[in-house]
Each structure stands twice: as structure tokens, then as C-alpha cells.
Design a protein around this ligand. Structure first.
Ligand code: CTP
Length: 414
């Protein structure tokens, strides 16, 4: 998949640098050539010797390296590659990039490059949330820099939890592969770019987790693959995309602003915060119920052996809330209907009840393998009719849906 690709890997200084060693191995396994550049900070965490051994390449560390300047030079390093990957990217390195500072080899390469740049940030959650970091990220996104992660988790150093953990090497590899395959298909990406340019699209994806107590929750089998594929396709088509994602094992799609939530209530709030938009697509498998009174302590078995009675209460319906909202309802509101029987009738009823414009209906009976799988077979139900789409990959469904949305927006007929 990455055969013959040259990737310049910039490693900056953070504890996550130890994962870069595995990342190098994973990229090389897939046929990529990995040319490492290490900042001074990175060398405090891992050695150029280890990086050199794993990459089997010269490791570049100095801006004014007589040997390297004669041989490669930072300009060639910046240009002679298919992608520059920064993993881990510290807050400091991103701040320098956002301001065009080039005071070491890594930042000079980044300033001199005309190649795509993919950033895998890693930092303390407070540093990630800091207004300055968020400003720099917005600037970098506006400059066309791509991101993978960070993910939510516990920090190795401080034990603090929150957004800031570097994506796992395999997730970074998936983002690189995605990116490179998209670049290879440049002509079709360009063709689509025009179609949703200037549009804002909000998408929900994945399951929700409804807490029972601090250690248990109610969940469902949604993988988020379809919603995430739609977000990626909408971004490729030039839209500004906000993806509100429940807990999934997928990397954040590139070029998409991803908000991570757990429960239906959090998802509703995040959707409201992300609106208004031209289009909203509710692909999440939102839990219909939550525990009426979540316990703030772990529920223990009692002496009688009687199981606890969990009483449920209904969750807000995000699609219906937005569908009936006077000011937040987008121009085009698309819902999903996951059914195991009476597909068409149920989809029609959801269309009406939730005031959606289209319902993407699919049969999620276990024998279809759709829930959690890579394929889907959908019917698009609107007020005016039904379209049956053939069995295809979830990314093809996403591309086709995005094209249909773009058509609708250019000539609004449902
Ligand atoms: N949905 C939502 N909020 C909920 C439940 C569902 O936004 N609390 C959205 C889903 O994202 C999807 C659509 O409503 O776009 C239909 O979801 P589905 O689970 O099929 O329908 P339900 O309304 O939950 O109906 P039922 O489970 O009874 O089939």
C-alpha cells in the first residue's frame, strides 16, 4: 500500500516519541521509506541510534550540518518526499509552524516544504485545550495542514485524563495510507472539491455509551465506520466538517474537526454547538435509553444475591430535536434508520416523526454483517420516493451520498 513512498518523519520531544519507533517499523512493513528528522527535544526521549537502526536511514538532526547540507540539505529533505509526517508533534512545534518560525532543522524543513504535512499531536490535555494551542491548530488547518488525533486517554507522565494522547501507530499508519491513496486519486478528488466548497456539514457517528456506574455502561455494536467515511468524503468534497463521534476505534478523519463524546446528552449538546450548518447527517447509533439515576459509586453485589434493578429513562432524540428546531434546522437534514424488519415502513415513519429530509435506511440484521462490517446496502427514503443502492463498501456509500447532497444543494429538489 505504501510501496515506494518516501515519508519524512519528524519526531519532536515528548514521551510519545517512544511510539515513533513502532511507527517507523509499521510504515516500513508496508513498503514505505522513512527518513527521520529529530528535534533536540526528541533526542531527550529516544536516541538517533535507535531511530537510525529501525529506519535503516541516516537520521537528520542539525540544521547546519556540513555533511548533510552538501549531500541532501534541508530544502531537498523538504521537497524530496511524498508526505511529511510529524509524530509526535508537540505544542511548541505546532506553535512554531503556525508562525513560520524556522530555528532548527525540523521547522526549516516544514517552512520549506511544498508537500502535504500530516500532524499527530501529543501533549498534556491542558496544553491541548489552551487557547493558544487551539488558535495555532485553527491556523494550521486553515493553512492546509492535516491532523490525526490526538486521542482521549490518560497521560503517561501525569495520569491526567483528556484529549492529548498521540494516536496509536496503527491509526497513524491508517491515516497515512488514506492520505496517500487519496493523493493518488488526485483527479477525482479535485473534481469533487468544487462540490461542497463553502458548505458546513455536521455529522454524528458511532455508538453512545450510557453510564450505569463509574465502571459500567450500556452500549451498542455501531463501529462508526459509515459516519466517519461520510465525514471524510464530505471533507474531500471541500466542506467544512464537524464530526461528533461517540466512542469508536477509528482514527479521526483527516481534515475534519472531530469532537469526542460519550453519552447521548453530550452528543446532543455537541451537535447544537456545531450548528448552524448547511447539512446535518445523523449517522450515530444513539442509545434510546439511559439509566434513570446513574450511580456515582460502583454498584456492588448484595448479600441476597439479587441483581440490581436498573431503571431506564428515554434519551433525547438528537435528529428529532434538530428536525423540529426553529433556528438550528439545517437546509438538508439526513437521518439513518437501522432496522431489522419492516425497513421501508419504519424509515418512512422516522422521516415524518423526526422531520428529516432523507432517511438512509439499512437492514442491520446480524446475518447482513452490516453493523461493524465494511459494507452496506442502503435505501434512500425521501418524501418523494425511494432509491435502492446496490451492496457496496461504506466508503462508496459515503462518496455517493456526498455527491447526492452536493447535487441537492446546487438544485434543491428532494
Ligand atoms: N437518533 C437520534 N437520537 C436518538 C435516537 C436516534 O438522533 N436518541 C437518530 C439516529 O442517529 C438516526 C435516526 O435517529 O439518524 C434513527 O435511529 P434509529 O436508532 O434507527 O431509530 P430510533 O428512533 O431509535 O427508533 P427505534 O430504535 O425504535 O427503531
Amino acid at each position: 500500500m505504501l510501496n515506494g513512498k518516501r515519508i519524512v518523519l519528524i519526531i519532536s520531544g515528548g514521551i510519545a516519541a517512544y511510539k515513533s519507533l513502532d511507527l517507523i517499523r509499521r510504515l516500513r512493513e508496508r513498503g514505505a521509506r522513512v527518513i527521520p528528522v529529530m528535534t533536540k527535544g526528541a533526542q531527550q526521549f529516544i536516541t538517533p541510534l535507535a531511530v537510525g537502526a529501525l529506519s535503516t536511514e541516516k537520521v537528520f538532526t542539525e540544521l547546519f550540518d556540513r555533511e548533510a547540507e552538501q549531500d541532501v540539505g534541508h530544502i531537498r529533505l523538504a521537497r524530496d518526499n511524498d508526505l511529511i509526517l510529524i509524530a509526535p508533534a508537540t505544542a511548541d512545534l505546532m506553535a512554531k509552524m503556525a508562525h513560520g518560525i524556522a530555528d532548527d532543522l525540523a521547522t526549516a524543513v516544514l517552512l520549506a516544504t511544498d508537500k502535504p504535512v500530516l500532524v499527530a499531536p501529543a501533549m498534556n490535555p491542558k496544553m491541548w485545550d489552551n487557547a493558544a494551542t487551539q488558535r495555532n491548530i485553527a491556523q494550521l488547518q486553515a493553512d492546509g495542514i492535516h491532523f490525526v488525533g490526538p486521542e482521549r486517554g490518560e497521560m503517561a507522565e501525569s495520569g491526567e485524563a483528556g484529549l492529548g494522547r498521540m494516536s496509536e501507530p496503527l491509526n497513524i499508519v491508517a491515516a497515512v495510507e488514506n492520505f496517500i491513496s487519496r493523493e493518488t486519486d488526485f483527479s477525482s478528488a479535485e473534481e469533487q472539491k468544487a462540490s461542497l466548497t463553502g458548505r458546513r456539514v455536521v455529522i454524528t457517528s458511532g455508538p453512545t455509551h450510557e453510564p450505569i456506574d463509574p465502571v459500567r455502561y450500556i452500549a451498542n455494536r455501531s463501529s462508526g465506520k459509515q459516519g466517519h467515511a461520510i465525514a471524510a468524503a464530505a471533507a474531500r468534497a471541500g466542506a467544512t466538517v464537524a464530526l461528533i463521534s461517540g466512542p469508536v476505534n477509528l482514527p479521526d478523519p483527516e481534515g475534519v474537526q472531530t469532537v469526542h463524546v460519550e453519552s447521548a446528552s453530550e452528543m446532543l449538546q455537541a451537535v447544537k454547538d456545531a450548528l448552524p450548518a448547511d447539512v446535518a447527517i445523523m449517522a450515530a447509533a444513539v442509545a434510546d435509553w439511559r439509566i434513570a439515576s446513574e450511580s456515582d459509586q460502583k454498584i456492588k453485589k448484595d448479600a441476597t444475591g439479587a441483581p440490581p434493578a436498573l431503571s431506564l429513562t428515554e434519551n433525547p432524540d438528537i435528529l428529532a430535536t434538530i428536525g423540529h428546531h426553529d433556528t438550528l434546522r439545517p437546509l438538508l437534514l439526513v437521518g439513518f434508520a437501522a432496522e431489522t424488519q419492516n425497513l421501508e415502513a419504519n424509515a418512512r415513519s422516522k422521516l415524518q416523526r423526526k422531520r428529516a429530509d432523507w432517511i438512509v435506511a439499512n437492514d442491520v440484521s446480524p446475518e447482513t454483517g452490516i453493523m461493524g462490517g465494511d459494507h452496506n446496502m442502503v435505501r434512500i427514503v425521501s418524501k418523494t420516493g425511494i432509491e435502492d443502492w446496490p451492496h457496496m463498501g461504506k466508503s462508496e456509500v459515503a462518496e455517493r451520498l456526498v455527491t447526492r447532497i452536493a447535487d441537492f444543494l446546487s438544485k434543491p429538489t428532494p
